[in-house]
Ligand binder design. Structure first.
Ligand SMILES: *[C@@H]1O[C@H](CO)[C@@H](O)[C@H](O)[C@H]1NC(C)=O
Ligand SMILES: *[C@@H]1O[C@H](CO)[C@@H](O)[C@H](O)[C@H]1NC(C)=O
Ligand SMILES: *[C@@H]1O[C@H](CO)[C@@H](O)[C@H](O)[C@H]1NC(C)=O
Ligand SMILES: *[C@@H]1O[C@H](CO)[C@@H](O)[C@H](O)[C@H]1NC(C)=O
Ligand SMILES: *[C@@H]1O[C@H](CO)[C@@H](O)[C@H](O)[C@H]1NC(C)=O
Ligand SMILES: *[C@@H]1O[C@H](CO)[C@@H](O)[C@H](O)[C@H]1NC(C)=O
Ligand SMILES: *[C@@H]1O[C@H](CO)[C@@H](O)[C@H](O)[C@H]1NC(C)=O
Length: 532
């Protein structure tokens, strides 16, 4: 798959002579960032820098991660492989265990002569060890490892609270915060690359808006009195199996020294005043990280590099009784994605794309050609930068998966507790994962099926879905085995800017949509069974 002639022309016009045909890349990924800003119709958030970049970029309206939690998602996009291939489903495994000699995305640029530097959360810390030094990064500069901030006694609490260890807190000295230091370091890298006259690939891993929302006080004050609209859908729809919901890490929120426990799935996660306060905190943290991304963008000319910004997964602040991530809903899987290519026209791309596509896309856009390693997955999205999108793009789909490890015995029917499906698999060996939910998103639909997991084969037990063809409507506590299905319509005119508005009605049990459901199920199964 080659980039179009006009795109090549644009890239060559950038370049000086000879060696300089290599295009620089600035890759910024942002922890826990959902599609925010006026770019994504979020008029309460404040992201002037991302919005300005978006005006010079191809903005993807439908971009999805392969696994809605940090480590597996990052392992996937840093290697260009899906979770079933990296065998990284949680916070235990790293890709070097199965892909000892795989070429990671930064490594691919390094091998192509780039000055390849990284910092913050690119790989999840420790997965692989040492942020994959020395393989992924150039030796000129050490990796700038993440040092997280915390709300503690050294920082000012959010008024009117006066207690510590909260999820939201403010700090007087902005330059002490991690994202400020990360941005400063990236700016130093730019100076270094210019001085060395080398093409660069910089991976900047921003930490916020991950909890805790620690921000300079003015970022909190901007939102302190903003009225937050009530959630349209504060609970899980009743007609889906509660395994779809999550209560793993971060199941409570702490404000003013009070811990508020997520009461979902069939009650709102938090009271409206708590949800509103959390939303303000998230927005403050988003505004802060935007300001630091802005510092980096100000230092680099838009004509100087391909610039990509995206989130590592989506985020919920109470919608569907969900809090943070860990689901297969649109809320968790959909991320902001914008790619600026010097000389290319800005536009919006409505097509369904996957974050695993970034590997081949960046290789292609930077004119390096596609990697020869056959185990790299995804596809190049470079064709979407042309005026006429490739035929068939409206048939593209995104695949995601998420695991669940209940704490109670799954055979103990009588004792099945509503909380029992939701246990985290965060530190469960992959062979012992109990359930997997697989999800496909097309332009018009999302279909998800949850089933038992066969740890021996590292495969979903798809036969459960042959046996349980009827959807278990209103049987939210149905004991295993089951095949819990969800089907959601995503009409073309849907307002994707309201996170509480979509995926509210499960159509999996509706005979009128049986053919759609069965087609999507077959496609989902073919994809995940075919991956080995
Ligand atoms: C912000 O968005 C909401 C929901 O779409 C809308 O009701 C409101 O009028 C908008 N406010 C502004 C200032 O644009
Ligand atoms: C990695 O190792 C495999 C198996 O030993 C081999 O087939 C493959 O060519 C190697 N790939 C690279 C990029 O060295
Ligand atoms: C408190 O937070 C600061 C700034 O984030 C950090 O440097 C310090 O180590 C933290 N102290 C404790 C006791 O956690
Ligand atoms: C703010 O933090 C930076 C970085 O840690 C430090 O160099 C500076 O001295 C601090 N300023 C004040 C006023 O504390
Ligand atoms: C918020 O509103 C209250 C009451 O009107 C006011 O006292 C306070 O100063 C406002 N806070 C900010 C940060 O604007
Ligand atoms: C929310 O309202 C409850 C009941 O009025 C109150 O006890 C609690 O402190 C409030 N919490 C926040 C974060 O405003
Ligand atoms: C389910 O778990 C909750 C919280 O641990 C407990 O209060 C409740 O009694 C349990 N219900 C059953 C049926 O075991």
């Amino acid at each position: 798959m080659a980039v179009s002639v006009w795109l090549l022309a644009a890239l060559f016009s950038l370049a000086a002579a000879g060696e300089a045909t290599k295009t620089n890349v600035l890759w910024i990924n942002v922890d826990d960032l959902r599609p925010v800003g006026t770019t994504y119709g979020q008029n309460l958030t404040h992201t002037p820098n991302l919005d300005a970049l978006a005006r010079e970029s191809v903005v993807f309206d439908r971009a999805y991660v392969q696994f809605a939690v940090c480590a597996p998602s990052r392992t996937s996009f840093m290697t260009g492989r899906r979770p079933d291939r990296t065998e990284s489903f949680n916070f235990i495994d790293d890709f070097r265990e199965v892909g000892q000699n795989w070429t990671s995305l930064p490594q691919y640029f390094k091998n192509n002569g780039y000055l390849t530097l990284g910092g913050g959360k690119t790989f999840h810390p420790g997965l692989p060890a040492d942020y994959d030094e020395p393989y992924s990064w150039s030796p000129e500069e050490p990796y700038f490892g993440l040092e997280d901030d915390s709300c503690n006694e050294t920082v000012s609490p959010v008024p009117p609270y006066d207690l510590q260890s909260d999820n939201i807190c403010t700090v007087a000295n902005a330059s002490a915060l991690w994202d400020h230091r990360m941005a400063s370091r990236a700016i130093e890298w730019l100076d270094l690359a210019r001085a060395m006259d080398r093409p660069f690939f910089f991976a900047v891993g921003m930490r916020r808006p991950h909890l805790p929302w620690i921000v300079p006080i003015e970022y909190y004050e901007r939102f302190a009195n903003v009225s937050i609209p009530a959630l349209m859908q504060p609970t899980l729809p009743r007609d889906i199996h509660n395994i779809a919901w999550s209560a793993e890490a971060f199941n409570s929120a702490t404000l003013g020294g009070v811990s508020y426990v997520n009461a979902g799935p069939f009650e709102p996660a938090f009271a409206p005043n708590v949800t509103a306060e959390l939303t303000r905190g998230y927005y403050a943290s988003v505004a802060w990280v935007d300001s630091q991304i802005g510092r980096v963008l100000d230092a680099i000319g838009l004509g100087e590099a391909i610039i990509v910004v995206h989130g590592d997964h989506g985020y919920a602040v109470g919608e569907k009784a969900c809090w943070t991530k860990h689901t297969n809903f649109e809320l968790s899987t959909r991320v902001p994605l914008m790619i600026h290519v010097p000389g290319c026209r800005a536009k919006r791309s409505p097509f369904v794309v996957e974050i695993v596509d970034l590997y081949k896309t960046l290789a292609d856009l930077a004119n390096l050609g596609l990697p020869a390693e056959s185990s790299i997955q995804g596809k190049s999205l470079a064709s979407l930068f042309a005026d006429v999108p490739p035929s068939g793009a409206n048939q593209w789909a995104a695949y995601s998966q998420y695991n669940r490890c209940p704490t109670l015995s799954e055979d103990d029917d009588a004792g099945i507790n509503i909380t029992s499906y939701h246990g985290a698999c965060k530190y469960v060996a992959k062979e012992d994962i109990v359930y997997m939910g697989y999800s496909i998103r097309t332009l018009s639909w999302r279909y998800t099926a949850w089933m038992r997991y066969d740890g021996r084969r590292l495969q979903g037990n798809w036969h459960d879905c042959d046996r349980f063809t009827r959807f278990n409507l209103n049987r939210t506590m149905q004991p295993p085995p089951f095949c819990a299905r969800e089907l959601y319509a995503h009409p073309a005119d849907e307002d994707l800017s309201d996170f509480g508005a979509f995926e509210m009605v499960n159509l999996a049990g509706d005979p009128a949509f049986a053919a759609t459901r069965d087609n999507l199920h077959a496609r989902l199964r073919a994809h995940f069974e075919g991956d080995y």
